[in-house]
Design a protein around this ligand. Structure first.
Ligand code: ATP
Ligand code: MG
Length: 384
């Protein structure tokens, strides 16, 4: 029987999870099935890996590209699956060799089952002989490509390339977190890092449109669409900012810190409703006038949930590079009617929590938050 192409998926960090391992793998499997929706394949769960059998060469390519944006996978590879005997292994190695362009090739072999009458050395010798018969240089010195053979009790797997996965933890394995999402560059990157550590994002966007529908039809949905490459079917809350804007008219240079306080307050209420335990923002430290230590402290006055800022250690240049790599940059730099841009151009860089407490009280912030949430909408962030 000729060899068949399969994709083998390795879990990576999931191994570290001891007793929780089973539930992590279950979540990864769920995310993987969601992410591969529309592709034709069969899935087998083995002890330390998944095995995907694509129905066609076309679905194999589709599955490969989707696996590369799935958190919780350390590596994956397209392998030829064949019978565990020297003849079959040689046939599959020949096919794997056909796909290589750079030589010398190094032959690697590993047997997890050692009950056969041939050793790894025998396998390597056979494949080296095959290479030589084709005029191909097979050597460990200065090699430019690899063939890996892995023999189990039931099957042998032969591949010529191990692909790197995204690593991290499967989305959902760290519970839920509210992500404050703007139309800018930073917060989609923060969302990506939250997901990388297993957080299932509930997005909250505060908008300056006169109705939620216009906000939903804006570029925010395009950004969510790109982020859905990493977690499908998440939820977004669209919260109008006009009640806040009216109430904050007289707060002058405090307005920006007050706006953050409004956003965090709304995020916390939504977190309560959605059973989320964390809040994420795309803030860094000292990046813009409003992101000083003192402002970060003041804006989260009264917020009980942890406010996590995954970008705190990054320079803007670094964030831009990541935004490009994850695919959100292009959309983020498109023009947008952002709430922050209509605020004070000369924000306070130092706010005392005491002073802010007064301002929060005098603007009737709690009421404004609950009224704004009443007119907010909860939508699927499925994308266009
Ligand atoms: P970003 O690029 O994410 O917009 P920024 O550099 O523009 O960030 P700020 O405008 O101070 O910085 O925003 C800091 C953070 O506050 C954002 O990363 C986001 O988490 C949150 N935020 C800002 N505007 C909004 C908004 N309209 N809706 C929800 N969250 C927002
Ligand atoms: Mg912004």
């Amino acid at each position: 029987m000729p060899s068949e192409k399969v994709i083998i998926v390795h879990f990576g960090e999931l191994w570290l999870r001891g007793r929780n391992r089973g539930s992590y793998i279950k979540i990864l499997k769920k995310r993987m099935i969601e992410q591969l929706e529309g592709e034709a394949f069969r899935l087998e769960s083995l002890y330390d890996r998944f095995l995907i059998r694509p129905d066609s060469e076309e679905s194999l390519e589709g599955i490969k590209s989707r696996l590369s944006s799935l958190f919780g996978i350390s590596t994956f590879e397209v392998s030829y699956e064949t019978e565990p005997n020297l003849e079959s292994i040689k046939e599959a190695a020949g096919r794997a060799m056909d796909e290589l362009a750079d030589f010398p090739v190094r032959i690697n072999s590993h047997r997890s089952h050692k009950g056969f009458d041939f050793t790894s050395i025998d396998i390597i010798k056979e494949i080296v002989a095959l290479a030589e018969s084709r005029g191909i240089d097979a050597s460990n010195h200065g090699y430019k490509s690899n063939i890996y053979v892995s023999v189990t009790k039931e099957k042998a797997y032969i591949t010529n390339k191990k692909e790197r996965g995204l690593g991290g933890l499967p989305v959902g394995s760290s519970g839920k977190g509210v992500v404050l999402l703007s139309g800018g560059i930073d917060s989609p990157v923060a969302a990506w890092y939250a997901m990388k550590r297993g957080v299932d994002p509930i997005y909250v966007h505060v908008h300056a449109f006169s109705n939620n529908k216009d906000a939903y039809d804006s570029k925010i949905l395009n950004i969510l669409d790109i982020l859905s490459k990493y977690r499908k079917n998440s939820i977004v809350y669209l919260v109008p900012s006009h009640l806040f804007q009216m109430a904050a008219l007289k707060s002058g240079r405090y307005e920006l810190v007050l706006l953050k306080s409004f956003m965090l307050g709304a995020a916390e209420k939504i977190a309560d409703k959605e059973n989320a335990e964390l809040i994420f923002t795309g803030e860094s430290l000292g990046q813009v006038a409003s992101q000083t230590a003192s402002n970060l402290r003041s804006e989260q006055l009264g917020i009980k949930l942890p406010v996590l800022r995954p970008l705190v250690g990054f320079d803007k240049e670094e964030i831009i590079k990541i935004a490009r790599a994850i695919g959100t940059y292009e959309e983020s730099v498109k023009e947008y009617k952002d709430v922050c841009s209509i605020n004070s151009r000369n924000p306070k860089t130092h706010t005392s929590p005491e002073k802010l407490k007064e301002v929060i009280k005098s603007t009737g912030m709690r009421k404004i938050i609950s009224q704004s949430l009443k007119i907010s909408s909860r939508e699927s962030a499925r994308g266009k």
